[in-house]
Write a protein that binds this ligand. Structure first.
Ligand code: SER
Length: 882
C-alpha cells in the first residue's frame, strides 16, 4: 500500500526538484480578514498573487491544512467529502504558467503516482484554447478526453473578492460500479463516479467588490491536489475514510461505539461524521479556535455538537470526543507537531464543551421529541420558530442540528419566526450593552448642526479648554439657547470630554459661559465622531455661539485612566498565565471599577488568579512609563500590537504601550506611569457564557473604598456574633453546625409525624388480596423527605403500591412505588406516572418499581393520585382474574 506520507513526500520533492521552495502549511486561522478559515493552499500566498508583497522565491510547494465549511450537514452522506483535508499544491508567483504547470501535473500523476492514464479525464474553462492546446498537443491527450466547461466548475474564485482565474481539473474515473450507472455518464455528471483530484488554477485576475475582474500584475499558478482522494485511489479504496489518513480515527469511533463500519448505512454515516468532525475540531482548536457563538468559534461548536449527537445516535453513553481526538493526535501528530504541542489544551477544550453540551442536550431532546410527537398528532409538519429559538437559546442546539433532525422526521422549520426572535434577542443584548440611556440619539439633528464646523477632541492633553458652544439640542430638537434646569445636549468646538467608546465611559464635568453653567453628566459619540455632552443647566442661561470654559472632572478622569491602563495590564497578564488563546471579548472601564470579559475554556484556578493579580501589581509597583502615539496601521502590524477583533480602525491608529510588556491599539485615556494606579485587586471572576469569562477589579481609590466596605462587614459581623475579628470564622462554624443539627431534628420530626399519619391510613387502606394500595397527599414536603417517607413506609409492608404526593410550594410532586411482586404482576410505575402526570401539567419517568413526576399546577393533584391508584388496581384485578 502506498502510505499517505509517501504521497506527500513525492509531491513536495517532485516540485522541489523543479525549483520550488518547500513552505510549511499555514494555520487554519488565516491572516486575512476576508476569510473565516484557510480554505486552500493559496491563502498564505495571497499578498504575492496580488503583488502587495514580494516573495523571496517565485515558486513554492506546500501541504496545506484546509477547511471547507460549504456543507457541513452533508458530511457523512458520502465517502469522499470532508471538512478538514490536506491539499498538496505548487505555486508560481509570476514565474512559470500553463505551459509548464499542465505537463508537470500530468507527469506527476501518471509517472510519479502511476495512475492509470486511461482513467484520467480533463476539464478546462470553455474558451481556454491555450490550455486545450497544451493538453492536446504538448501532453498528447485526444480531444474527446478534454471537456470545455463553464464558469461554475472551471473558473476558480477564492471568495466573493480576491485572486481568481480559469482552471483545469484532472478527474479520475472510479469505474462503472460507482455512481449513477448510466451509459452516458461522464466527467460532467455529479454522481460521484468521476473524482476530481487536482485543480490547476491559472490565477490572473483580482475580483472586485462589484464583481468585475482586474488583471493581476503578473500571471500565476495555484494548484491543489486533494491528498485524501489520491490516497483513496492509490490505496485501492473507494472511500477516503478507509485510507490510512482516516482509518485509525474511524476505528477508534468503532471501538468507542461498538458499531462496525460497513454494516448499516445509518451507523456508517454517523461513524464518518465522528471521524471527519473529530479531526476537524482537533485541528481547529490546536490552531487557536475556541467554541463560541460566532465566526469560526461557531463552526467549531456546531461540528462538536453534531459529533456529540451522532455519538448518541450510536448509543455512546459517556463523553467520548476527547478520546477520539486523542486518536487524531496520535495518528497525525508526527506530520503536524502543533497537535502534540497543544494536546492538553485541545483535550481540555473538547472535554469541557462536550460535558456542558451533553447535559443540556438531553433536556433539549426531550423537549424536541415531545414537541414532534405533539405536532404529528395534530398532523402538522412545521417546527415553530419559538421551539427552534428555545432549543438554540436554552439548550444550545445549533439551528442546523434542529434542521437535520427535522428533515429526518420529514418536517420543516419556521425560520422566519426563528429569525424574528433572534433579532429581538440581539436587540435586547445590544441595549443591555449600552451604558447610558441613549434611547433617541438625534443623529440627524447633529448632522445638520455640525456641518462645516471644526470639532476636535483635545482631552488627551488637556483637562480644560476655552472653546465655543456650537450647538444645543433639547428633546431631540435644535435650540438656540437653554435656561435653568433644562436637560440639554451640547456640542463644543474643541472638547476635553472623552466620549464613551471602547468600553471606557464618557467624562463628566462642567461647561461655563459668561451667563450660565452646565453640569455635564455624560459624554457620548454621535455619528461616530462628534462628542456630545449631556447635562443640565444649573445656573443662568447658555446660548449657541457663546465662548465657554469646558472642564472635565479631573478626579474622576484619573480614576478612569487608572482602570484603563490596568485593563491592558490585566489582558497581558491573563495571556501570560492562561495562554495566548485568551482574547479580550469586551470591557467596561468606569470610575469605580473595571470589568474585563475574555475568552477561556474553563474557570481559572485560585492560584492562577493570584498569579495574575501579583503580576499586575508588580508592574504597577515597577512604575512603568505608558506611551500613547499615533502611527500608520501598516507600522502597527509590523510591531505586532494587539488589535481587537471587530473594532474599526482607519488608516492610522493610536497605540498604547505599557513599558515594553503590552502594546495595544486603543483610543482611551491612560495614566502616564503605572505607579499612578496605586494597587490592583480582582474582586470577582465568573462565567458569562460558554468559554466566556468576566473579571471585575478595582484600583486606586476604588480599592480603598472596597477595603473600607469589607472592613465594615467584618465589624458588623463581629458585633452581631459578639466576638473579636479573629474568631468570626470559628464562631460561625459552630453556629452553622448547630443549625444543621436543628434542621435534622426538624426533618426527622416531620418525617416521623408524616409516617404516623400514614400508618393509620395503612391499616384502613384499600387492599386487594394481600396488597395495600396507598395514596396520600402532603401539604408541603420536599422531594428528599418524601423519598425517606416512601422508603420507611415500603419497609412496613410486604406487598404494596404507594403513591405519595406533595404540593411543594405550590409545585406538585409525585412518587410512585411498587414492591417486586407487583412488578411481576405487570405493574409499571414509570408508565403510570407518564399517564397521570399531564393532570398536573408535568412529566416524569423512572423504572417499573419506582417513578416520580413533577408538575406546574396542583389543582388536579388528588385526581392524579387517585388515577394512579386505580391504574394499579386495574392491573392487579386483571392479574388476579378478578
Ligand atoms: N485554489 C485552488 C483550489 O482550492 C487550487 O489550489 O481548488
Amino acid at each position: 500500500m502506498v502510505q499517505s506520507a509517501k504521497i506527500r513526500e513525492k509531491f513536495l520533492s517532485f516540485f522541489e526538484a523543479r525549483g520550488h521552495k518547500r513552505v510549511s502549511s499555514s494555520s487554519l486561522v488565516p491572516d486575512d480578514p476576508t476569510l473565516l478559515l484557510t480554505s486552500a493552499g493559496m491563502v498564505q500566498f495571497k499578498p504575492y498573487f496580488l503583488g502587495q508583497k514580494q516573495p523571496e522565491y517565485t515558486r513554492a510547494t506546500t501541504v496545506q491544512k484546509c477547511f471547507r465549511t460549504t456543507d457541513i450537514e452533508a458530511i457523512g452522506d458520502d465517502r469522499t467529502h470532508l471538512t478538514f483535508f490536506e491539499m498538496l499544491g505548487n505555486f508560481s508567483f509570476g514565474d512559470y504558467y500553463k505551459a509548464q504547470a499542465i505537463p508537470w501535473a500530468w507527469e506527476l500523476v501518471t509517472e510519479g503516482y502511476k495512475l492509470d492514464r486511461t482513467k484520467l479525464w480533463i476539464t478546462i474553462f470553455e474558451d481556454d484554447d491555450e490550455a486545450f492546446d497544451i493538453w492536446n498537443k504538448k501532453v498528447g491527450l485526444p480531444q474527446e478526453r478534454i471537456f470545455r466547461l463553464g464558469e461554475k466548475t472551471n473558473f476558480w474564485n477564492m471568495g466573493p473578492t480576491g485572486p481568481c482565474g480559469p482552471c483545469s481539473e484532472i478527474h479520475y474515473d472510479q469505474g462503472e460500479g460507482i455512481g449513477c450507472g448510466r451509459p452516458q455518464c461522464d466527467v460532467t455528471c455529479e454522481c460521484g463516479r468521476f473524482l476530481e483530484i487536482w485543480n490547476l488554477v491559472f490565477m490572473q485576475y483580482d475580483r472586485q467588490q462589484d464583481g468585475s475582474l482586474l488583471p493581476l500584475p503578473k500571471k500565476n499558478i495555484d494548484t491543489g491536489l486533494g491528498l485524501e482522494r489520491v490516497a483513496a485511489i492509490l490505496q485501492d479504496q473507494r472511500d477516503v475514510f478507509r485510507t490510512d489518513l482516516l482509518a485509525q480515527i474511524l476505528k477508534s469511533g468503532e471501538e468507542i461505539s461498538g458499531a462496525v463500519y460497513g454494516q448499516s448505512s445509518t451507523t456508517d454515516r454517523s461513524l464518518r461524521i465522528l471521524a471527519d468532525h473529530s479531526r476537524a475540531i482537533t485541528f481547529l482548536i490546536s490552531d487557536g479556535v475556541l467554541p463560541s457563538n460566532e465566526g469560526r468559534g461557531y463552526i467549531l461548536r456546531r461540528m462538536l455538537r453534531r459529533a456529540v449527537r451522532h455519538g448518541k445516535l450510536l448509543d455512546i453513553q459517556d463523553c467520548f470526543l476527547a478520546n477520539l481526538s486523542q486518536s487524531v493526535i496520535t495518528s497525525m501528530g508526527d506530520i503536524y507537531p502543533e497537535l502534540l504541542e497543544h494536546q492538553k489544551h485541545v483535550q481540555k477544550v473538547i472535554q469541557g464543551e462536550e460535558e456542558r453540551f451533553s447535559r443540556t442536550l438531553k433536556q433539549g431532546f426531550v423537549l424536541l421529541d415531545d414537541y414532534i410527537a405533539e405536532i404529528k398528532v395534530d398532523q402538522k409538519s412545521i417546527i415553530s420558530g419559538d421551539i427552534i429559538f428555545k432549543l438554540y437559546d436554552t439548550y444550545g442546539f445549533p439551528v442546523e442540528l434542529t434542521q437535520e433532525i427535522a428533515s429526518e422526521e420529514g418536517l420543516s422549520l419556521d425560520m422566519e419566526g426563528y429569525e424574528k426572535l433572534m433579532g429581538e434577542q440581539k436587540e435586547r443584548a445590544r441595549s443591555y450593552q449600552e451604558f447610558y440611556d441613549l434611547k433617541e440619539r438625534p443623529e440627524e439633528v447633529y448632522r445638520d448642526l455640525t456641518a462645516g464646523q471644526k470639532l476636535s477632541f483635545v482631552g488627551y492633553e488637556k483637562d480644560e479648554v476655552r472653546t465655543k458652544i456650537t450647538s444645543l439640542v433639547k428633546n431631540g430638537t435644535k435650540v438656540g439657547e437653554a435656561g435653568p434646569d433644562d436637560e440639554i445636549e451640547v456640542v463644543l468646538g474643541e472638547t476635553p470630554f472623552y466620549a464613551e467608546r471602547g468600553g471606557q465611559v464618557g467624562d463628566k464635568g462642567e461647561i461655563t459661559t459668561e451667563t450660565g453653567r452646565i453640569r455635564v453628566e455624560a459624554t457620548y459619540p454621535v455619528l461616530d465622531e462628534i462628542h456630545v455632552q449631556r447635562g443640565v443647566v444649573v445656573e443662568g442661561r447658555v446660548a449657541v455661539g457663546q465662548e465657554a470654559l469646558a472642564r472635565i472632572n479631573a478626579g474622576l478622569r484619573k480614576a478612569i485612566c487608572r482602570n484603563h491602563t490596568t485593563t491592558h495590564l490585566l489582558h497581558w497578564a491573563l495571556r501570560l498565565i492562561l495562554g495566548d488563546h485568551v482574547k479580550q471579548a469586551g470591557s467596561l472601564v468606569e470610575v469605580n471599577r473595571l470589568r474585563f470579559d475574555y475568552s477561556h475554556f474553563q474557570a481559572p484556578s485560585e492560584e492562577e488568579l493570584v498569579k495574575v493579580e501579583n503580576l499586575v501589581n508588580n508592574k504597577i509597583l515597577d512604575g512603568l512609563p505608558v506611551r500613547c502615539y499615533v502611527t500608520s496601521l501598516e507600522h502597527v502590524k509590523e510591531m505586532g500590537a494587539i488589535a481587537l477583533f471587530g473594532e474599526k480602525y482607519g488608516e492610522f491608529a493610536r497605540v498604547v504601550e505599557v513599558g515594553d510588556i503590552s502594546r495595544e491599539l486603543c483610543g482611551g485615556t491612560h495614566v502616564a506611569n503605572t505607579g499612578a494606579i496605586g494597587l490592583f485587586r480582582i474582586i470577582s471572576e465568573s462565567s458569562i457564557g460558554s468559554n466566556l469569562r468576566r473579571i471585575e477589579a478595582v484600583t486606586g481609590f476604588g480599592l480603598v473604598h472596597y477595603l473600607r466596605e469589607r472592613d465594615e462587614i467584618v465589624k458588623r459581623l463581629s458585633s452581631l456574633l459578639g466576638t473579636g475579628d479573629q474568631e468570626i470564622v470559628a464562631r460561625t462554624e459552630v453556629l452553622l453546625r448547630e443549625l444543621k443539627n436543628k434542621e435534622k431534628e426538624l426533618v426527622s420530626l416531620k418525617v416521623r409525624s408524616a409516617l404516623a399519619e400514614l400508618e393509620r391510613e395503612l391499616t384502613g387502606s384499600l387492599r386487594i388480596g394481600g396488597t395495600a394500595l396507598i395514596g396520600h397527599i402532603f401539604d408541603d414536603i420536599e422531594l428528599d423527605h418524601l423519598k425517606v417517607i416512601m422508603d420507611n413506609l415500603q419497609k412496613k409492608t410486604t406487598s404494596s403500591f404507594i403513591v405519595l404526593a406533595s404540593k411543594n410550594n405550590g409545585r406538585p410532586l409525585m412518587l410512585v412505588a411498587a414492591t417486586a411482586d407487583l412488578v411481576e404482576k405487570g405493574i409499571r410505575c414509570d408508565e403510570i406516572v407518564r399517564e397521570v402526570s399531564p393532570l398536573i401539567s408535568g412529566g416524569g419517568g423512572g423504572k417499573s418499581d419506582f417513578a416520580q413526576a413533577g408538575g406546574k399546577s396542583a389543582g388536579r393533584l388528588a385526581e392524579a393520585v387517585e388515577k394512579a391508584r386505580m391504574l394499579a388496581v386495574e392491573k392487579l384485578k386483571i392479574g388476579s382474574g378478578q
